[in-house]
Structure formats: structure tokens, C-alpha cells
Design a protein around this ligand. Structure first.
Ligand code: NI
Length: 178
């Protein structure tokens, strides 16, 4: 097991649609272990495989810090089979640092997928469980919270990022010329 680096926007892997898992083998189990360690290591409540550079449809979730009635689970090939209501939910993402904003989400959803043991599983919920599931399934489809913000807010974030990169570059240039 290992804590791996989490890819950050604008890494191209985050923009790709992840592929369905066709066979649950040792590699997938190892992937789930690594994702779990990486999620806890970053104090996250969810992680998608593409965030550690593996474009396969696998997510891990643990929202118990916010809603203790739910515990950790991993899901392979998750698919939303029903949803209802709409609500603005403020969220952030480990791949989009320093961006917290309201995102439109469904209030309640039901998701079907496969457990790490290869059994069909269904999870239905509302609140943070529903929001986190939608957020991670978005990742599998190459969608980041930035894509769900208004054009203006997205541009503000992009410009802030460019400015930060520029100042990091300027700092390193200064170091090269003592
Ligand atoms: Ni995220």
C-alpha cells in the first residue's frame, strides 16, 4: 500500500473519460488499497482512480467524518440509476486546490456498481453521501468542479493559477542569480 501523488488541474488525465473495469484482479485490489491510503493521507472524503493517474472506473468514499451513519466503501463501475431534486452544494476537490464553490447537485441519488469482492452493490442516499458520489462519478467522466462553475468563476480560478505559476517562476529565477 502506498500514498500516491494526487494529480492536479490541468493534468490531462483528469479530463479523460475513465474506462470500465472488465476484470477484478489483484491489480484492481491493489489500486483500491492505494486509493484508500492516498485519500486518507490527504484528509479527503472521496477519490477516483484517475486522480492517481489510473483512468479506470473505480472510486473510494468515506464520508463518516461528516455523516457518521455511513462508512467506507469502494465501488467499481458505478452508475447512477436514479436521482431527484436539485440543490447547491459547496465543495472542493483534492485535484483543484484552493477552489471551494457552490456546485449544482441532485439531492438524492441511487448508484449501482460492483464491490471489490465482485458482487453487485447498490447505494442510495442523500446529503453528503449523494454529493460525494456525484463528485467522484464526475471524475470518472472527466468532469471537475471547475466545469460546473460559471464561466466567470472558472476564468478567475484559471487566472489565479497562471499568476501563481508566474510568481513561482520568478522566484526560481531570482534564486539562480544570487
Ligand atoms: Ni475531486
Amino acid at each position: 500500500m502506498a500514498v500516491l501523488e494526487i494529480l492536479k488541474y490541468p493534468h490531462p488525465t483528469l479530463k479523460k473519460r475513465s474506462k470500465e473495469v472488465e476484470r477484478i484482479d489483484g491489480g484492481i485490489k491493489r489500486l483500491i488499497h492505494d486509493m484508500t491510503e492516498t485519500m486518507y493521507g490527504a484528509n479527503g472524503i472521496g477519490l477516483a482512480a484517475c486522480q492517481i493517474g489510473v483512468p479506470q472506473r473505480v472510486i473510494v468514499l468515506d464520508v463518516s467524518a461528516i455523516d457518521p451513519q455511513h462508512s467506507f466503501f469502494a465501488m467499481i463501475n458505478p452508475e447512477i440509476i436514479s436521482q431527484e431534486g436539485e440543490i447547491d452544494h459547496e465543495e472542493g476537490c483534492l485535484s483543484v486546490p484552493d477552489c471551494f464553490d457552490k456546485v449544482k447537485r441532485k439531492e438524492k441519488i441511487c448508484v449501482r456498481g460492483i464491490s471489490p469482492e465482485g458482487k453487485e452493490m447498490e447505494i442510495a442516499g442523500e446529503g453528503i453521501l449523494a454529493f460525494a458520489l456525484q463528485h467522484e462519478i464526475d471524475h470518472l467522466n472527466g468532469i471537475l468542479i471547475l466545469d460546473r462553475l460559471s464561466y466567470l468563476k472558472r476564468e478567475i480560478y484559471r487566472n489565479k493559477l497562471k499568476k501563481e505559476k508566474r510568481s513561482v517562476r520568478l522566484d526560481s529565477e531570482k534564486e539562480e542569480k544570487p
